[in-house]
Design a protein around this ligand. Sequence first.
Ligand SMILES: NC(=O)c1ccc[n+]([C@@H]2O[C@H](COP(=O)([O-])OP(=O)(O)OC[C@H]3O[C@@H](n4cnc5c(N)ncnc54)[C@H](OP(=O)(O)O)[C@@H]3O)[C@@H](O)[C@H]2O)c1
Length: 252
Amino acid sequence: MNVLILGGTSEASALAAALAERGIPALFSYAGRVAIPKTQPLPTRVGGFGGVEGLTAFVADNRITHLVDATHPFAEQMSCHAIAAAQRSGIPCLALTRPPWQPQAGDRWQRVAGVEAAVEALSGPAERILLAIGRQQLAAFAAQPQHHYLLRLVDAPAVPPPLPHHRVILERGPFTLDGDLALLREHGIERVVCKNAGGAGAIAKLSAARRLGLPVVMIERPALPSRQEVHAVEAVLSWLCHTSAPDTERGV
Ligand SMILES: NC(=O)c1ccc[n+]([C@@H]2O[C@H](COP(=O)([O-])OP(=O)(O)OC[C@H]3O[C@@H](n4cnc5c(N)ncnc54)[C@H](OP(=O)(O)O)[C@@H]3O)[C@@H](O)[C@H]2O)c1
């Protein structure tokens, strides 16, 4: 067995720890988006594979037998490539994801289908907005330049985002309710815009928004081709025990 974990999430790190603890051979892969990624207890590579073809070649070159896609639910391209490359390689592929957040009593969510729809949802007068969507799609919000955007990022952007009124704070989760309440109050935030990432690490902003009665523009997850998906590391371990690569099944 040789497992390839596509990482960049706390779930991927938890899986890496579990495989390392059990001595299950595995490689960990980062896209290379953050300057100092979390160190993993597994051999780690960084950077894109070069599309479906590159990933298929990587699987063959490294004799990967099982692919676990533990990327972020919004890493749509990588997840599509993982499904396609696993099919081409004839190896099993499993997604380890977090269930999406669900609104609770007191929430004022406006659910939108993507970043473009989130931008459209901000077409009103100027507000102070916590824009918690990471770094990559900030430029889209230049279409609503009237707002003041508070950006919470892991690394400082290499080029300042094209938003006339913004402030960057550098912070890496997990975040706390007290911390996020203080943040929203201190910056006079009137609306939160975020992705439905799910999980515990970034949920505090939603609890804080509920507490303060603030509206939230919730960007829902992209639709992916059908795939096998689990939400717990134990479920991946069980899948690894019960799923063999086709060559192994044939006794090759
Ligand atoms: N999107 C988010 O909101 C978000 C939030 C938190 C963390 N992340 C993490 O950040 C990373 C990049 O996310 P993204 O949204 O930019 O991905 P994406 O748009 O789906 O992927 C773009 C390209 O980045 C490369 N890539 C992505 N994840 C990779 C991985 N784990 N190992 C090697 N290459 C990878 C692949 O390049 P090639 O085609 O060259 O193979 C992929 O085609 C992911 O690992 C994800 O888990 C994303």
